[in-house]
Design a protein around this ligand. Structure first.
Ligand SMILES: Nc1ncnc2c1ncn2[C@@H]1O[C@H](COP(=O)(O)OP(=O)(O)O)[C@@H](O)[C@H]1O
Ligand SMILES: O=P(O)(O)OC[C@H](O)CO
Length: 516
């Protein structure tokens, strides 16, 4: 690894205002970050929310708790920066994607907990839709395979399974939103004139938007059983949706992007062929494919990268991995094998290899490139020789191998050869993981100075919308390399290990049987 600058990410040496604020409503927490004109972090405030697991495979969030936390972190970030709303030129929103909420238009009350993107309760419904409507039809119009991951089946599940909801939706009493819509609606007034909008990136994860027209697809909505009356208006990712009320009263709410698309934007991947990978709860590798929506034949998603105002949209190919950082959390919280996420590096470094063990964390089935809802987690290759240190190593290797599978699929779909991978997210503080990644990919891995690329991307988009930054060239100039890892693994070792990994992956499939 090489360090090229000693300013830590998040350092607060910054110029005078004005500033841009961004809210990241994530899977485990909500945060607000204030940025200066050079894209440097001025202040951060963050609050975790409860993860609710009512049954195996079910994951929910309390959207009211999330909205309360969002308001608190906005106030917290402004306080820590020592600024007032008058110093904030615009507010950007980024969010966990696909997480699905229905709420009452008149009262602003959620009618059920939000169904989180990791929730697998719609797997039977997806199989039924596949049989009755056909996989290809959804993929052709929306760019997505039928999977429990996406929002459309989750809306249908709520309408079919919670008493009275379909009737209320038909009477026009309910609104649907992913977390961007929920936060923007509340920020701009809630029941009192709140704007019911979403952006093209978030809409592209519902399975209800037509990727070419960028509008809700009437026929797909009908096949999915979702009334169009609940859907928000689809807007670009960078424009003023309305003015905030409350603590930021008067500040333009000027961007919305799904968090992975925001990271692509924050990593300044503005040219076709540029890619980034974000390592948080899950991992998401996005490749900018320009103004072309590239079909995937290798298990990737075709998605919208971003759209700035009236400009033509930019598309991306995405490899989504459900479980990476959350496997480290599982080792800590459910297994008690480590006391902190950072400790996994110390434990894994105490041995030279995985001792023959391979850990495939198919906790929510397998996402890219397999899309198998019937898979469940497996540890393969166990013998009495294996220690918890070997397992720690296998946990880190799982993230690196899953990345390698995505990169392979991306090369097949796009023909783009990876020259280096830009990374960000909480797991990138793990040097052993980053070195392993570089070894398994046989390519350099590069981390930027500001690792909070998700918030940065939302801030950039909001700043562009209000003229705080003039164009993407100005933003590119802010990107600075903080660290780089280069490959040092013997090719024969890499090939042997990859083969073992792929063998272990096969062992996860078909665990859940249809009737369950
Ligand atoms: N040093 C580390 N080594 C491995 N994983 C880590 C480390 N530090 C944090 N993580 C993992 O990274 C995730 C948090 O990263 P973050 O980018 O904040 O995620 P998210 O935005 O999805 O909430 C957690 O799942 C945690 O287990
Ligand atoms: O909140 P994160 O960082 O776990 O991201 C979640 C993704 O947007 C799910 O698609």
């Amino acid at each position: 690894m090489s360090d090229t600058d000693n300013q830590s990410p998040g350092a607060s040496s910054h110029g005078e205002g004005p500033f841009i604020a961004a809210i990241d409503q994530g899977t485990t927490s909500s945060r607000c970050i204030v940025f200066d004109k050079d894209g440097r972090i001025v202040s951060v405030d963050q609050k975790e929310h409860e993860q609710i697991f009512p049954k195996p495979g079910w994951v929910e969030h309390d959207a009211s708790e999330i909205w309360t936390n969002v308001q608190e972190v906005v106030i917290g970030a402004l306080d820590k920066a020592g600024i007032t709303k008058a110093d904030v030129k615009a507010l950007g929103i980024t969010n966990q994607r696909e997480t699905t909420l229905l709420w009452d238009k008149a009262t602003g009350e959620p009618v059920h907990n939000a169904l989180v993107w990791q929730d697998t309760r719609t797997d039977a419904l997806c199989r039924e839709l596949g049989r009755n409507v056909g996989q290809d039809r959804f993929r052709r119009e929306t760019g997505l395979p039928l999977a429990s991951y996406f929002a459309g089946p989750k809306i249908r599940w709520l309408l079919d399974n919670v008493d009275g909801l379909r009737e209320r939706a038909d009477r026009g009493e309910l609104l649907f939103g992913t977390m961007d819509s929920w936060v923007i609606w509340n920020l701009t007034g809630g029941p009192d004139g709140g704007r019911h909008v979403t952006d093209v990136t978030n809409a592209s994860r519902t399975m209800l938007m037509n990727l070419r027209t960028m509008a809700w697809d009437e026929k797909i909505c009908e096949s999915m059983g979702v009334p169009m009356s609940v859907l928000p208006e689809i807007r670009s990712s960078a424009e003023v949706y309305g003015e905030a009320k409350g603590a930021l009263a008067g500040v333009p709410v000027a961007s919305a992007l799904g968090d992975q698309q925001a990271a692509l934007f924050g990593q300044t991947c503005y040219s076709e062929g540029e890619a980034k990978s974000t390592y948080g709860t899950g991992t998401f590798l996005l490749l900018n494919t320009g103004h072309e929506a590239v079909n995937s034949y290798n298990g990737l998603l075709t998605t919208v990268g971003y759209q700035i105002g009236d400009d033509r949209p930019v598309y991306a190919l995405e490899g989504a991995i459900a479980v990476t950082g959350s496997l480290v959390q599982w080792m800590r919280d459910q297994m008690g094998l480590i006391n902190s996420a950072a400790e996994i590096e110390t434990l894994a470094s105490s041995v030279d290899d995985n001792g023959g063990a391979y850990f495939v964390p198919a906790f929510s089935g397998l996402f890219a490139p397999y899309w198998r809802d019937d898979a469940r987690g497996v540890i393969a290759g166990l013998t009495r020789y294996v220690t918890k240190a070997h397992l720690a190593r296998a946990v880190l290797e799982a993230t690196a191998w899953q990345t390698r599978e995505i990169v392979d699929a991306m090369q097949k779909d796009s023909g783009v050869e990876l020259t280096a991978l830009k990374v960000d997210g909480g797991m990138t503080s793990n040097n052993l993981l980053m070195q392993t990644m570089s070894d398994f990919l046989d390519a350099p891995v590069v981390r930027p100075m500001v690792a909070e690329t998700t918030c940065l991307g939302a801030a950039y988009a909001a700043g562009l919308a209000v003229g705080f930054w003039s164009d993407t060239d100005e933003l590119r100039a802010n990107w600075k390399r903080a660290a780089e890892w280069t490959p040092s693994m013997d090719a024969a070792d890499r090939d042997r290990e990859y083969k073992n990994w792929l063998k272990a992956v096969q062992r996860t499939m078909g665990w859940i049987e249809e009737e369950n």
